[in-house]
Design a protein around this ligand. Sequence first.
Ligand SMILES: Cc1cc2nc3c(=O)[nH]c(=O)nc-3n(C[C@H](O)[C@H](O)[C@H](O)COP(=O)(O)O)c2cc1C
Length: 233
Amino acid sequence: MTGRIIQNYFYWNTESKLNAFLQKPDNESLYANIFSNAQGGEMKVVAFNGSARKNGNTAILVNHVFRELEKEGIETELIQLAGKEIRGCIACNKCFENKDRRCSVTRDVLNSCIEKMIDADGIILASPTYFANISTELKALIDRSGMTSIANEGMFKRKVGAAVVAVRRGGSIHAFNAINHFFFIGQMVVPGSTYWNMGFGLDKGDVEKDEEGLLTMKALGENMAWLLKKIHG
Ligand SMILES: Cc1cc2nc3c(=O)[nH]c(=O)nc-3n(C[C@H](O)[C@H](O)[C@H](O)COP(=O)(O)O)c2cc1C
């Protein structure tokens, strides 16, 4: 085993035993049509909803942020990971060898997501709270796009990032922090709001009753638009 230092990471260069998995055919074209909701505009914010259910509370909260962005002429796109295949990082380290801004595992939606993130000026990562943390799907996106970014000298550097979290009762601050760790290690710029970006609700639509949560999303959208205009204006 050989040790090598890559940026701030002490990284063990291991012989991958998973070549068979990596060499499976590239099925990304299967996922070419997962993207929807694109609206017009010069700057763009892409949001990923990590919830296992589509159009639930997390998506509703994101749409409240989007409303403010769109008022300022910023294009928005919501990508819902529910039902899509997205696996965790297999620690093969091939992204550090290839340095091609892609994850070496090409059989799921991950590289399509990375392309969307690279193209956007702002990235919203949104998740329901699952056992006081983010969803498995969003964690897979964070681990693999984050490691690919580090391997490529920071693909998301100085993009604007915002976390959005839905929760029934407890644990959302951990989920919020988990998402923000991704933004900060990626040298991204993070706007604040009037509270930490969370909305309360259990069943689909319940967050619409959380008045403070919705005001938090509104202020987040306003601040994100303001920041994007400062950076790109
Ligand atoms: C597997 C699972 C774990 C959950 N864990 C928590 C939790 O730790 N704390 C909490 O308050 N709510 C928890 N919930 C409730 C969800 O966070 C809540 O219903 C949220 O609004 C769902 O968002 P969605 O409609 O976007 O899926 C959990 C739900 C599921 C399905």
